[in-house]
Design a protein around this ligand. Sequence first.
Ligand code: HEM
Length: 117
Amino acid sequence: MTHAHLTSLVLSLILLIIIVVLQSNGKNIKIWHMVLRASYILIIVTGGMLFLAAYSIPVSYYFKSILGIVMIGLFEMVIVRKQKGKRTDIIWIAFSIVLVILFVLGFTLPQGFDLIK
Ligand code: HEM
């Protein structure tokens, strides 16, 4: 399941890059945005399965999951604000910070790959 979670979040990151590039070129992003939103479901479902797979759920899992949902919110904010021509620099900073925290948490928590231990 960790592989499915990783695959779906890599997929959504790639989709986000495609959307931002298309937006910068003034192209229509409607379909790509729909596909990205479908990939959120994969992230949430796989994340939810990892959450439920824990024998006893540690506090860090709640933190990881809430931050995961916040991350998805930031994905949307980056796209929608850019679409409306609003500033996105602060959102990108929050985006990077939350993404790094999620990766560190994801790889230090007990399931899946233990890169940092
Ligand atoms: C874009 C948002 C997200 C990112 C970037 C992210 C990132 C990660 C990463 C890198 C891992 C480690 C995978 C591994 O060990 O193989 C992980 C694991 C996990 N994620 Fe997420 N995640 C996101 C969203 C979510 C959501 C929405 C939930 C809950 C509904 C969630 C719950 C979990 C859980 C429970 C784990 C297992 C922790 C462990 O290894 O013990 N994640 N996540």
